[in-house]
Design a binder for this molecule. Structure first.
Ligand SMILES: *Cc1c(COP(=O)(O)O)cnc(C)c1O
Length: 366
């Protein structure tokens, strides 16, 4: 394979998934594995299902269709509200979809009726992060509508925190979600089967000891924690999980001794501020050895391939800048053109690399 590539260790990711499935099962929580960061890669989906997740979740109908086309028949959840223009595909794919808009629910119902199939609904509730979700004081009204619309089945309720505003899942907001489930059951005499509390940011609350008492949350949708072994609130490694699951590999195209400081009049660069620590503004004492060597190395990776700010190079090298197609590093020695350099991507860099048509994907086993 030539050009930049993502190397994915599915054995390590499988271990992460098995560990999180077991830890969550011990507290009564099932796992929906979120596949969007790898665009619904079927090999990943298979590993997740073997690890014991109850469903696959993805935000894009395209990724759901990729998995269905690969023969994966497991329960799937479209974790972003359907676009009105994609509703026929959503209904045909046999997913349960996350919803918060009455108009979209009406369109789903009409299409499900046309196709003569039932469509499952996970009703999202706003708990304060101010992204998707029905406002709590309107929830019972929306549930009444879902129950009245033909060919829609209320499968459960869900919430999503820590994504737009960084609101932390805790006993209070998770308690509110549990209370909403109670209220729906009391009012309508239906069972709210799935109560999906959130994403990887919920793990500290879910697996922490006391705060979960009497909670009705019985599902979490996990992506980053399985794929990268980290919790997203502070990006700290989760005990017992692998964090070295994915590597972005790129190729050196220039390595020349250059000064650290640019010369000439300066204005904006292509992407505003330089990426990474600007060694020109560092105090000499804190400057890494890599910068003192004078070797500036360019790897053929840029913003069009990844999020450069989310890359961590190997020890001894430092990223000092990036533009569309160039990743500029201070390296401790000359790196010959054609040499490969490896980087650990964070979630943002992984997502962008997996989505770039210029980056290959190589599945490896450890
Ligand atoms: C992406 C996403 C997830 C998974 O989030 P992670 O932090 O990667 O675990 C869960 N739910 C929704 C609605 C999402 O969009």
């Amino acid at each position: 394979m030539t050009g930049p590539r993502l190397e994915i260790d599915l054995d390590k990711i499988g271990h992460n998934a098995r560990t999180l499935v077991a830890d969550s099962a011990a507290v009564g929580i099932s796992i929906t594995a979120v596949t969007k960061a790898l665009l619904g890669l079927p090999a990943l989906a298979v590993v997740m299902l073997e690890a014991g997740v109850v469903a696959l979740g993805d935000s894009r109908i395209e990724n759901i269709e990729t998995m269905r086309a690969a023969g994966i028949e497991a329960p799937m959840v479209l974790i972003r509200s359907p676009m009105p223009s994609q509703i026929p595909r959503v209904v045909d794919s046999g997913v349960v979809s996350a919803n918060s808009e009455l108009e979209v629910l009406g369109l789903l119902s009409a299409q499900a009726v046309r196709r003569g199939i039932d469509h499952g609904v996970l009703l999202m509730v706003e708990l304060g992060d101010l992204r998707e979700g029905v406002m709590g004081d309107r929830l019972l009204g929306v549930v009444a509508r879902v129950l009245a619309l033909p060919c829609l089945e209320l499968r459960g309720i869900g919430a999503n925190l820590a994504c737009r505003s960084g609101v932390v899942p805790d006993a209070l907001n998770m308690g509110h979600l549990s209370d909403h489930a109670d209220a729906i059951e009391a009012r309508f005499g239906v069972e709210v089967a799935m109560i999906s509390g959130g994403n990887s940011a919920n793990l500290a609350w879910a697996l922490g000891s006391r705060s979960r008492e009497r909670s009705r949350i019985n599902n979490l949708r996990l992506g980053e924690s399985i794929l990268l072994g980290r919790e997203p609130l502070g990006r700290t490694p989760i005990d017992g999980l692998f964090t070295d699951t994915v590597t972005l590999v790129g190729e050196v195209i220039e390595s020349i001794r250059k000064p650290l400081r640019p010369w000439g009049n300066r204005a904006q660069s292509a992407f505003g501020e330089p990426t990474g620590d600007d060694p020109t503004s560092d105090e000499r004492t804190r400057r890494p050895a890599a910068c003192n060597s004078g070797w500036q190395t360019i790897v053929a990776i840029g913003h069009q391939d990844t999020d450069p700010a989310g890359l961590c190079p190997a020890e001894g090298h430092q990223i000092i800048g990036a533009s569309s197609d160039h990743l500029v590093l201070a390296t401790e020695r000359r790196m010959p053109p054609g040499a490969e350099m490896s980087f650990q991507p964070n979630y943002s860099a992984l997502l962008r690399s997996a989505t770039s048509p210029f980056v290959g994907l190589e599945v490896r086993s450890s």
